[in-house]
Design a protein around this ligand. Structure first.
Ligand SMILES: [Zn+2]
Length: 181
C-alpha cells in the first residue's frame, strides 16, 4: 500500500473535507439519538468538532504524528508503566489491553505470534473510529503509549507499529509489538 507519510502536502488534499463530512454524519447520528456504527459495544463517542482526538489532529495535519507519538511515549512511560505489573511481554500486552478497554478507548484482543512478538487489535477505537480511511495510520499516540509503557517496564527496546488503522470495511487498528533489544 502506498504510504502518504513523508509525501508532499498535495497528497493530503481533500483529507480535511472528508474528515469534516464524516464528523457531520456522526453529529447528525448523535442528534437523532442513534448509536454510531463504530461504537456499538462501548457506546457513543463522536467528533462534534474534528480535532477532538489525537488521531483527528494527525488526520488534519500529518506533520504532527511524530510529535504526538513522542508525547504519548513520554507521558505513558510515567503513567501506564506505573500501573502494570507483569515482567514479560505477554503479560504487559494483556494488561495494557485491559486498561484500554476499561478506559473505553476501544475493545481489545491480543494475538501471540511468539514470546517476543504480539499483535494488539483495537476495535471501536475512540481515537480514530470516526475518521474516513485516509490510507495512513493515525493512532500515533497509542503507538507511543504502548511502546513507552512496555519498554520502560521491561527495560528493553520495544518497537510498536500500527500496521492497520481503521479502514473502510476494516474497523480495527492492529498494533504490532516486538522486542528489538
Ligand atoms: Zn488506528
Amino acid at each position: 500500500m502506498e504510504k502518504k507519510n513523508g509525501k508532499s502536502e498535495q497528497k493530503f488534499a481533500g483529507d480535511i473535507e472528508r474528515v469534516v463530512e464524516y464528523a457531520k454524519k456522526d453529529l447528525a447520528t448523535l442528534l437523532e439519538g442513534k448509536t454510531l456504527a463504530y461504537r456499538k459495544k462501548l457506546g457513543n463517542i463522536a467528533a462534534l468538532v474534528p480535532g477532538y482526538s489525537f488521531a483527528y489532529l494527525i488526520a488534519l495535519d500529518p506533520s504532527l504524528a511524530p510529535v504526538i507519538r513522542k508525547i504519548g511515549k513520554m507521558v505513558e512511560s510515567a503513567v501506564v508503566a506505573d500501573f502494570v505489573k507483569s515482567s514479560d511481554l505477554e503479560g504487559l500486552v494483556t494488561e495494557i489491553a485491559g486498561i484500554i478497554e476499561l478506559a473505553k478507548l476501544g475493545a481489545t484482543g491480543v494475538t501471540k505470534i511468539s514470546d517476543g512478538h504480539f499483535i494488539l487489535r483495537v476495535t471501536e477505537c475512540a481515537d480514530c473510529g470516526g475518521i474516513p480511511d485516509l490510507g495512513r495510520p493515525l493512532c500515533a499516540f497509542d503507538e507511543g503509549l504502548i511502546e513507552g509503557a512496555i519498554s520502560t517496564k521491561l527495560g528493553k527496546d520495544v518497537s510498536v507499529k500500527e500496521e492497520e488503522c481503521v479502514k473502510e470495511g476494516l474497523k480495527y487498528c492492529d498494533f504490532t509489538i516486538k522486542i528489538v533489544g
